[in-house]
Design a protein around this ligand. Structure first.
Ligand code: SF4
Length: 635
């Protein structure tokens, strides 16, 4: 009976959609608005610059050895920044399929051939490329911001503006993407630098909203950390976050409360596995206890946490499923997860070829490992999309809301480097299900592109999106209790979460999704000199804001810019810094952070990992689940 009603309603919405879209096709397309934040009218799909995709294809890359030599020439004073900018060590490269893998091959006349693996699942790689949306606007008026030769960003605004506050850190991990505490000098951003950075950030078009991500080193060690948040807020940036190892948040709930009061919305917390064993390479003696306490204090201060997981093949890729399970069980505190395959930069830039092959972790492998380590029928070829799919909804928001001061957050990253998959979480029962099980997300996104391209007035656009939402919803396959009303609320909550820039966007987003929660799992692959592809640098998703303008995160860390700029700009030697400011603790070789007991009664354990019944989450894979013991014993 229920199934027949559900199927009836789906048929009715499909019929209504067929009629509405036929009428829409017959009518001439309308023009899209030209908001003041954009360099022109909003772009339709066919007007966007296509991403460079396809296999085989030729591109430009870096010779890792020439690049390192070019960096060292600046550090030794034999070259300057302008010289490095023009000649960072570029060579030709080819991307090809061979033996069930997608490879990058290149050869340097001086240093010989290099090969790296971009994917070990060619079908998945090509599925992501085929769904790319195309780029954002070319930048206008950005000469002061983007002037980095062949590494210059040319289009879009990015969706994370990374602001490094210090290169100091209170940990000593291996891997460390930036060799914190290993370079012999201290480079700190002061308030003057910071003001220039945020002035420039709003100085060009497209002037979009962006997630500011204070970073480092360990950003919370910076003497200006709280002032930096306050300043960004005063400049009208609405999405303020910090990327952190969590030690300071674990040490002090007051610190978390102060950061939240200054304007911080959320925390990106380093988290490489649910056991001490899986985090040994980080060197912190009570890693799990620190992370749990940080989560608790961040949540108590009213902020959400996104887990930031560095995945190294053979080290912790067998635990990615357990990390997802941990996140789902703690959905009240955890906003989502970003898996970041290791990049061979910083402490690892001289990795041996043998180790590089062994540790390289392509994004496609993440989707297949999650399928294997979970029991929720999480299918790589059905449930994963390029992360640029978010931009379809940002564009919808721009089309609907014509009075925005800034454009919506627009993640137009290249499909080879960023993927995403949403799960629906029942926060009461602790269950999860991939969205495409009951909702045709792929067809919905195609519908939204078609609707926005037709350029109708906002109320018609809204009505058609709602119709498409209903026609793609299969009530018979949805979890019980999730109907069209809940689906619509989830959709509206997601729009808030990913696109809006109102002051209360994070509260609005979670208010709309109290019982049902969409949790997004992302894979973000930053490049190093071995797999560097210049064709993907021009519209960087994650620009790093420096005294020399905004530079793609990949160019900054993987293409040598960090060392070049820090060597010119650094403020003190490490010894001088300690002499003038005093030493701070570095947690390495098993040293533990001393945590005082919470003043309030300690809450119930954050997680109890036990064998999961079939139909909830998991699991095969990681067996070393010390969490329960650790939580009970307090570490
Ligand atoms: S926490 Fe570890 S990886 Fe991050 S900056 Fe510090 S040493 Fe490097």
């Amino acid at each position: 009976m229920f199934e027949s009603m559900a199927s009836h309603s789906r048929l009715a919405s499909s019929a209504a959609w067929t009629i509405a879209s036929s009428v829409n096709r017959v009518l001439p397309e309308g023009a899209l608005p030209a908001p003041s934040w954009a360099p022109g009218r909003l772009l339709k799909k066919h007007q966007r610059t296509p991403m460079r995709t396809g296999v085989p294809r030729r591109t430009l890359s870096l010779c890792p050895d020439c690049n390192r030599e070019a960096v060292e020439a600046v550090i030794r004073g034999q070259n300057d920044v302008a010289g490095f900018r023009e000649r960072p060590g570029i060579i030709d490269a080819e991307i090809l399929e061979e033996g069930g893998r997608i490879l990058m091959r290149k050869a340097c006349e001086t240093h010989g051939p290099f090969e790296d693996v971009l994917s070990n699942h060619p079908d998945f790689f090509q599925r992501m490329e085929a769904q790319s949306l195309g780029g954002d606007f070319d930048c206008v008026g950005d000469r002061e911001v983007h002037d980095h030769g062949p590494n210059s960003i040319r289009a879009g605004r990015g969706s994370y503006l990374i602001v490094d506050l210090t290169n100091r850190c209170n940990m000593m991990c291996r891997p460390c993407f930036m060799d914190a505490n290993g370079v012999g000098y201290v480079d700190e951003t002061d308030m003057e630098d910071l003001k220039t950075i945020f002035d420039r950030a709003g100085s060009f078009k497209p002037n979009r909203e962006i997630n500011v991500l204070f970073s480092g080193g360990e950003a919370t060690l910076s003497p200006i950390f709280l002032d930096a948040i306050r300043h960004a807020k005063s400049m009208g940036f609405h999405r303020l976050h910090v990327s952190t190892n969590g030690i300071r948040f674990a040490e002090s709930r007051d610190f978390a409360v102060e950061a939240s009061a200054a304007g911080l919305h959320g925390v990106y917390l380093q988290f490489d596995g649910v056991s001490e064993e899986k985090n040994k390479h980080r060197g912190l003696g009570n890693y799990i206890e620190v992370k749990l306490r940080a989560l608790e204090n961040i949540a108590a201060a009213g902020m959400q946490t996104t887990l930031q997981v560095t995945v190294v093949n053979g080290l912790n890729n067998d635990c990615v499923g357990e990390i997802v399970r941990f996140a789902l069980r703690n959905a009240d505190q955890i906003h989502g997860v970003i898996f970041q395959p290791v990049m061979f930069t910083g402490r690892d830039e001289r990795i041996s070829t043998e180790d590089r092959y062994a540790e390289r972790y392509p994004l496609s492998q993440l989707a297949y490992d999650l399928q294997a380590q979970t029991s929720i029928d999480w299918r790589p070829m059905r449930d994963w999309y390029p992360a640029s799919a978010y931009a379809i909804f940002s564009h919808l928001d721009d089309v609907l809301d014509r009075g925005l001061e800034r454009g919506s957050l627009f993640p137009d990253m290249h499909p080879d480097h960023a993927i995403m998959s949403p799960l629906l979480v029942d926060t009461d029962k602790g269950k999860a299900i991939p969205i495409p099980t009951f909702f045709d997300l792929g067809r919905f996104m195609q519908d939204v592109v078609q609707i926005t391209d037709s350029g109708r007035p906002p109320r018609v656009t809204r009505a058609m999106v709602l119709l498409s939402l209903l026609r793609n919803f299969n009530q018979a396959k949805a979890p019980s209790g999730l109907g069209p009303y809940e689906l619509r609320s989830l959709f509206e909550g997601s729009l808030y979460r990913f696109t809006r820039s109102d002051d209360d966007w994070s509260r609005q987003a979670s208010a709309k999704t109290a019982h049902w929660r969409l949790m997004f799992f992302n894979g973000m692959w930053f490049q190093d000199a071995y797999n560097y592809d210049f064709a993907t640098i021009y519209n960087s998703n994650a620009p790093v804001a420096t005294w020399q303008g905004e530079i793609s995160f990949c160019a900054y860390n993987g293409g040598g810019w960090r060392k070049v700029l820090e060597s010119v700009h650094h403020t003190a030697t490490v010894a001088d810094w300690y002499r003038n400011h005093g030493r701070h603790q570095i947690y390495a070789a098993g040293k533990k952070v001393h945590l005082v007991e919470s003043l309030s009664r300690r809450p119930e354990p954050l997680v109890q990992i036990e064998a999961a019944p079939v139909g909830t989450f998991f699991t095969r894979g990681c067996r070393d689940l010390e969490m329960k013991r650790l939580v009970r014993s307090g570490g």
